[in-house]
Design a protein around this ligand. Sequence first.
Ligand SMILES: [Zn+2]
Length: 390
Amino acid sequence: MKIRGKTGAGDNLVDLFISDGRITEIRPADISQTSDIGDQDLRLAPGLIDIQLNGYDGVDFNDTNTSAEQLAEATMRLWRTGVTAFCPTVITESAEHITGCLSNLIRAADEFPEFQRAMLGIHLEGPFISSEDGPRGAHPRAHTRPPDWDQFQRWQETAEGQIRIITLSPEWPESAKFIERATDSRVIVAIGHTAATQMQITDAVRAGARLSTHLGNGSHAKIDRHPNYIWEQLAADELWASFIVDGHHLPSSVVKCFLRCKTTRRSILVTDAIAAAGRPAGQYRLGNIEVEVTPERRVCLPGTPYLAGSVLEMHEAVAKTVLYSDATLDEALEMASRNPAQMLDVDDRFGSLETGMQADLVLFRWNNGAKTLDVGTTMINGKVVFQNLW
Ligand SMILES: [Zn+2]
């Protein structure tokens, strides 16, 4: 099969060949010949990867009643946003509730190959986060608690070893030991929802923390100008940083500065989307938490200024990153494909257009004036799984 589209920093028009689900060859397009899919008006990119996703289009990953069928349906609906792989995210709740959500994900992976193929590990966001108002965001205070390795191991057992990222706050005295153990077991420790001191951030990085979860959010409304936990994480080159670029979580000037500081090589775009993503404004739930989606597409806890996830879609995050920062389209795409694949250590199969890679691809229209990205075709293993009928 031959796919044609523009790609890379140089806008090169290429023909990409696929066989047995893999990319076998990429060469300059021969426009005297036709292609099977794509043309010179479309751009070609690797399938997008979202490492923080709480739900999509009515399906809540944090509801213990969510069925395996619903999880598979959400996976298939995500194809229209160019997302071909993701880390379903389970947030702070009681131990039983978290166990229930993890079991659901594993059951879905057992029963539905689409879901198994898409899940690049589970992201457990909490419950070992700050209990302070502001840093804990929408996470219920009653269930925030200090890191507990035995409890984590029980969850990891339920998850059949699939918990790949844990977001915690290093402000708890038990944190450094926990981070070392998690890192030794190949779990990526992320700093997030934190009120940690400068020293606690430094210690967490020394213990093995590798990511800042949605840096600039899940924090106090007012903090000391310096030092503070945001500067410390921005300055720590050992840390990747994820950002929610939806126009609500971070002002455009902050997106621009954070990306320059962290560089586009160490930045990762996430949606942090909830079940309301892909749906109209109204009242929704995130697990047991009531949330409101305003007509401006802002997701908050009713009656408070606190955000509770987003309704952002990944193709939109890429476009908004180009709009707000000086990242190029190519760099923004890398922040949503190559960078998460590298952090998750799956970059030998996913995240870039190279010979030998899995043929997970997106063909899209890019409007550089309006900075909008419309997904045209999504492919997994070289098979078309979504086609936009323009
Ligand atoms: Zn969060």
